[in-house]
Structures are given as structure tokens and as C-alpha cells.
Design a protein around this ligand. Structure first.
Ligand SMILES: Cc1cc2nc3c(=O)[nH]c(=O)nc-3n(C[C@H](O)[C@H](O)[C@H](O)COP(=O)(O)OP(=O)(O)OC[C@H]3O[C@@H](n4cnc5c(N)ncnc54)[C@H](O)[C@@H]3O)c2cc1C
Length: 345
């Protein structure tokens, strides 16, 4: 017999954006958070232990949101009685960004922390259940590989799988999914660039004189290995991300050249390579909006490689859209209608 469970809200995708949305929703609504993989997993965009956060943005819509994000990250630490490590941020040559940034470390447990708090507030998590059907209506019905759930509203925060999910509800957005290589480089003298020495994270941004955008974080996740990455990648289906023969040696070579010149204390051959996904919009701004044909289906997508730091506020505004409350921020930069999109209806 198929059991149908009813909720106020369902969130599909337990990456950082879905977990934060579910956390906000669970304070007032009976909420279900679904993920296709057993949690925690490293198949999407939110894994790894470190992220750069910064208030400095060329677009003020993000700067405004970051003020509250810093407060909400702190609130998360207090509610869960955990501490996220921080280190500084360095302006790097032609970098346009200004200071007031930092690094959040131990974010793997931050993601799990939101899920723990979500459960504590009465939320339900169903992991290892892939959503295979969505039936819009005044009650949205979601079918997974093991159950059927209904709710007054649905939030889709499926990262690089977003268009696969939206295909089930007659919509395709202009999203590009990129496989990103995450490289760790060995310090020739252990500790040279270590977090314990207060070595900062850095951004080396694209400029007329420098054609690439690199960033780095002090050694922390793996002792003696510094994380330095290229803020770009190759088109990839998220379900094919880990196929080894597609190793993009060109990106590794770019990083090796950069490190040989700028970080002589690192061995310019990567010691560890991992993978992650970006989901980019054409203008690299997020999508935070209702489905154009189904108002009770909310979409949070296209975080374009810079969404982690903003997740506390992204989750807040998605939860507000979900319960029909006026969003706390002007969401016009994040509307679907700024693009030509494909309605499959
Ligand atoms: C290498 C790397 C470095 C980054 N560095 C930074 C940084 O320094 N600062 C910053 O702010 N941002 C950074 N980002 C970006 C940030 O991490 C992402 O914007 C963010 O993690 C996106 O989260 P998400 O929840 O949208 O997606 P995801 O984490 O991919 O989560 C989507 C979830 O949906 C689930 N799902 C998909 N389809 C289904 C289905 N059919 N049924 C059930 N579940 C489903 C998936 O399993 C997955 O768990 C970085 C990203 C990468 C890859």
C-alpha cells in the first residue's frame, strides 16, 4: 500500500540552500526535506570544509544581504552550540574586492548543523530518496523512489540537478552546470601557509592584466595541503561528474603555472584533486522566484559558484516566498523573467 504523508512545505535538495530553507521553514511549518543521496554526501556543490565569505561585492544586492548573513551564521553557532573557524582575507594585487571578508571553516558540520536544528524544530528528513515525479496543484504531490508526499508548497533547491527537476514541472531555465576541480597543494615546509599561522584566504580576480580568477584557502582540511582553485570549469552533467577520463588537465596546468610564480613554497603538482559543481546563470546572479505557472512552487537555483556565504538569507527569502510572506529583500535582480526561459507547458 502506498502511504501518502502530508506537510505544509516540502524542500527538494539538502545542499546548503535547501537545508537553510528547511531550517527557516521548520520554525513555523510542518516541513519535509528530501535528498536523493544518503546525507552527508559529496556529489553536489555544498561539500568540503571551507568556504570564503565576504561582504565586499560589486553588486549591492549581495552586500545588503551579507550584513544579515553574518548575524544568521552567528545565530546558527549559538543555537547549535558549535563554532565555525575563521581566518582573514587578503587583497591580492589587482583584486577589486575590499576587505571585510573571511573564511568559514568546518562548514561540512555547518551543513549537518542546520539539518540537526531542522530536526530539533520538528522537521522530517528523507534522504536516499530521489524525487521522480511532481504533480502541481493546490496540494503539490511529490513522488520519490520510496514514497508519496503532499504539501501546500514546494521549494526546489536541487543545485546542478535543477533543470532535471524542473523538467517534471514544465520549465527549463538557462543554467549551465560546470564540473569544478578542487586542488590541494603540498607545502614544501609544512605549516608555511597554515591556518594556525593565521594565513589568510585570497582572491586573485579576473582583470585586464590577468585573464583568470583563482582563489585559495590556508591549509586546514588536509594537514600540509593548501587549497587553491580555478573559479571556472567544464560543462558537465552532475550525474557524470566523477568520470575520471575527463580530468581537465588544462585547468590544473593553469593553476600549476600560477603557483610556481606566486607561491614558491608549494609543490606545483596537486596532491589531492576533488570535484564539485557550479550551476551558473548567464549573468551569474541567483534565481529566487516562484515557478511562472505554479505559484506554490518556489525555485532557488543558479548560485553560480558564490552562493554558500549567502545561504542564511537565501533560505530565509525562499521560506518567505513559500509561506506567502513579503520577502525581506528586493528580489527583482533574481527573477526568472530577466531571462528568456522555456515553458514546456
Ligand atoms: C569548489 C567550490 C568552491 C566554492 N566556494 C565558494 C565560496 O568560497 N564561497 C561561496 O559563497 N560559495 C562557494 N561555492 C558555491 C556554493 O558552494 C554553492 O553555491 C552552494 O553550495 C550551492 O548549494 P545548493 O544547495 O544550491 O546545491 P547542492 O549542494 O548541489 O545541493 C542540491 C541537492 O539537491 C539534491 N537533489 C538533486 N536532485 C534531486 C532529486 N531528484 N531528488 C532529491 N534530491 C535531489 C542533491 O542530491 C543535492 O544534495 C563553491 C562551490 C564549489 C563547487
Amino acid at each position: 500500500m502506498v502511504v501518502v504523508s502530508d506537510f505544509d512545505a516540502i524542500v527538494i535538495g539538502a545542499g546548503i540552500q535547501g537545508s537553510y530553507t528547511a531550517y527557516h521553514l521548520s520554525k513555523n511549518s510542518k516541513t519535509l526535506l528530501i535528498d536523493q543521496f544518503a546525507l552527508p554526501h559529496s556529489r553536489g556543490s555544498s561539500h568540503g570544509q571551507t568556504r570564503i565569505i565576504r561582504k565586499a561585492y560589486s553588486k549591492t544586492c549581495y552586500t545588503h544581504m551579507m550584513t544579515e548573513c553574518y548575524q544568521l551564521w552567528k545565530q546558527l553557532e549559538a543555537e547549535a552550540n558549535v563554532e565555525l573557524f575563521r581566518t582573514g582575507f587578503k587583497r591580492y594585487q589587482e583584486t577589486q574586492e575590499t576587505a571585510d571578508a573571511g573564511m568559514w571553516s568546518n562548514q561540512q558540520s555547518a551543513g549537518g548543523t542546520q539539518q540537526d536544528l531542522f530536526r530539533r524544530f520538528g522537521g522530517t528528513i528523507r534522504d536516499g530518496e530521489k524525487v521522480v515525479e511532481i504533480h502541481p496543484g493546490s496540494l503539490v504531490a511529490v513522488t520519490t523512489t520510496t514514497g508519496i508526499y503532499r504539501a501546500k508548497s514546494l521549494v526546489i533547491t536541487a543545485g546542478p540537478w535543477t533543470n532535471k527537476l524542473l523538467n517534471l514541472v514544465g520549465l527549463q531555465l538557462p543554467l549551465k552546470t560546470l564540473r569544478i576541480i578542487v586542488c590541494y597543494w603540498k607545502e614544501k615546509v609544512p605549516g608555511t601557509y597554515g591556518i594556525s599561522k593565521g594565513f589568510p584566504c585570497f582572491l586573485r580576480m579576473f582583470s585586464s592584466a590577468f585573464q583568470h580568477h583563482f582563489y585559495g584557502l590556508p591549509s586546514n582540511e588536509y594537514p600540509g595541503l593548501m587549497k587553491v582553485c580555478y573559479h571556472n570549469g567544464n560543462d558537465s552533467d552532475p550525474d557524470e561528474r566523477d568520470i575520471a577520463f575527463r580530468l581537465p588537465s588544462q585547468d590544473v596546468n593553469l593553476l600549476s603555472d600560477f603557483l610556481s610564480k606566486e607561491f614558491p613554497g608549494l609543490d606545483p603538482k596537486p596532491a589531492v584533486i576533488e570535484y564539485c559543481m557550479y550551476t551558473n546563470t548567464p549573468d551569474l546572479d541567483f534565481i529566487l522566484d516562484h515557478h511562472p505557472d505554479h505559484r506554490n512552487i518556489i525555485i532557488g537555483a543558479g548560485f553560480s559558484g558564490h552562493g554558500f556565504k549567502l545561504a542564511p538569507v537565501v533560505g530565509k527569502v525562499l521560506s518567505e516566498l513559500c509561506i506567502g510572506k513579503k520577502p525581506s529583500y528586493d528580489l527583482s535582480p533574481f527573477k526568472i523573467h530577466r531571462f528568456s526561459f522555456k515553458s514546456l507547458l
